[in-house]
Write a protein that binds this ligand. Structure first.
Ligand code: CMC
Length: 429
């Protein structure tokens, strides 16, 4: 007999047995627990999905207590050291690392889908000069759905593959155009001779020179940051991608929704907030007072600290800290680094943060590197969205191929009014 959870309902004194698989019970198995035959049956109440698995996944594994992150079984530090981002994107989407030929074909296909339709460029031109680049990204991703109506064919493997090339290929172009628009500079078209991060740097920073010269240290640093941000299992934006995807919407509008979720300051928007916070602190000697303010509840949250899953050092933050050193050798040190290191030192010794297991997360140091690379803080979350596209698409494809999945539709515990009769406006008190 399989493992069973035995439940006794004190309301009826009845006993129920529910099968356990992978340390999990099926929520629908609880529906048999009723007081009366016509009751709806027992549900679980879990706002914010604190203890609910919404899917079975084989993509990313996190052990938050031990600070472990693996993509398809490979530890994140090995991937960050040895792979390119495109290799990792292939791994996330296909389940295995590519062979040499597979990697060449994959890179070729993505590189040859980097151009965007001229009308998308015109669409982006319509934004105000001070439009937030994330607002531009979210809207442009949604607008792209209208350019690729074939993307609605979500159950065709061939069509899905095409949209995957398009989305991974075009997201850096949209991001770079949003950045140039922000600065009022002319858009730079993709250069297919360059690597994925190298081409992105060219589209961002090329001025009048005929060919952009990519700095290999910065190119590699960006590639590592892309690898670290590629996927993070059922986070807020991946959950949105799956939720929209479950209605069988196309991947462009699903990715627009996921990007909107990423925009929020508690998710990918945190890297922008970290820089604002470090600037507000101003100098190393003011850190202790700032931490006091946070603890008293006056100063909001310590941005870049804490995580729903990691209750130990975020392994991505460790790698980012090392990457920062290589970047600063080229760009010179970002003066905010000193404040960040002091903030980390004080917080990690403080009982408030220790007791709540609050450690630096991926966003704590990434913004400092982005700033050293020459990005204004409004662009930081866009830099997160570029690599996360491969994770969103891997999650979306897994959902579509999973026979257990249906349209996402949570239940609620209704505690509002019972039935009552309509009152005409003149009789309402
Ligand atoms: N600063 C101060 N206190 C905090 C922080 C923080 N950054 N994070 C959590 N806490 C406290 C919180 O007040 C609560 O204390 P108490 O038990 O006394 O009420 C306790 O720690 C637990 O917090 P929670 O809100 O229940 O935790 P959560 O798992 O719901 O939130 C989080 C996770 C990431 C939203 C939160 O830690 C946070 O707001 N951090 C700052 C924003 C941030 O850096 N976000 C980036 C996350 S990593 C990248 C990504 O997901 O995109």
């Amino acid at each position: 007999m399989s493992d069973q959870l035995l439940i006794k309902d004190s309301r009826t004194n009845k006993e129920f047995s529910v099968p356990i698989t992978n340390d999990t019970i099926k929520a629908t198995d609880l529906r048999q627990i009723k007081v009366k035959d016509d009751d709806f049956g027992m549900m679980t109440y879990d706002p914010a999905f604190m203890n609910t698995a919404s899917c079975v996944s084989r993509i990313t594994y996190i052990d938050g207590d031990k600070g472990i992150l693996r993509y398809r079984g490979y530890p994140i530090d090995q991937l960050a050291e040895k792979c390119s981002y495109l290799e990792v994107a292939y791994l996330l989407l296909h389940g295995e690392l590519p062979t040499k030929v597979q990697l060449e074909n994959w890179t070729y296909s993505i590189t040859h889908h980097t151009l965007i339709h001229e009308n998308i460029k015109k669409f982006m031109d319509g934004f105000n000069y001070d439009a937030h680049p994330m607002g531009m990204l979210v809207s442009t991703l949604a607008a792209m759905s209208t350019f690729y109506p074939d993307s609605k064919n979500i159950f065709s493997a061939e069509s899905r593959q095409m949209q995957i090339y398009r989305l991974i290929g075009k997201v850096p172009t949209i991001a770079a155009f949003a950045f140039r628009h922000h600065l009022g500079q002319p858009y730079v078209y993709p250069d297919n001779d360059l690597s994925y991060p190298g081409n992105f740097l060219s589209m961002l920073f090329k001025m009048t020179e005929p060919k952009y010269k990519v700095n290999p240290v910065l190119e590699r640093a960006l590639d590592i940051l892309f690898i670290l941000h590629a996927d993070h299992e059922q986070n807020c934006s991946a959950n949105v991608m799956r939720s929209i995807g479950s209605s069988q919407a196309d991947p462009f509008v699903s990715a627009a929704g996921a990007a909107a979720a990423l925009y929020g300051p508690l998710h990918g928007g945190a890297n922008e907030q970290v820089l604002r916070m470090l600037r507000e602190i101003g100098s190393k000697d003011k850190v202790a007072d700032f931490v006091k303010k946070i603890k008293s509840g006056e100063g909001g949250r310590l941005m870049g600290f804490g995580h729903r899953v990691y209750k130990n050092y975020d392994p991505r933050a460790k790698i980012i800290k090392t990457t920062a050193e290589s970047v600063f050798e080229v760009t010179g040190k970002n003066p905010l680094l000193e404040i960040a290191i002091e903030l980390e030192r004080i917080a990690l010794q403080d009982e408030y943060f220790v007791k709540r297991k609050l450690y630096p997360n991926v966003d704590f140091y990434s913004g400092i590197i982005y700033e050293a690379l020459g990005f204004p803080s409004e662009v930081f979350t866009v830099l997160f969205a570029i690599p996360r596209m491969s994770g969103w698409l891997a999650q979306w494809q897994e959902l579509l191929l999973d026979p257990d999945q249906k349209i996402a539709r949570p239940r609620q515990v209704y505690l509002g009014s019972g039935e009552r009769n309509f009152v005409p406006v003149e009789k309402r008190g």
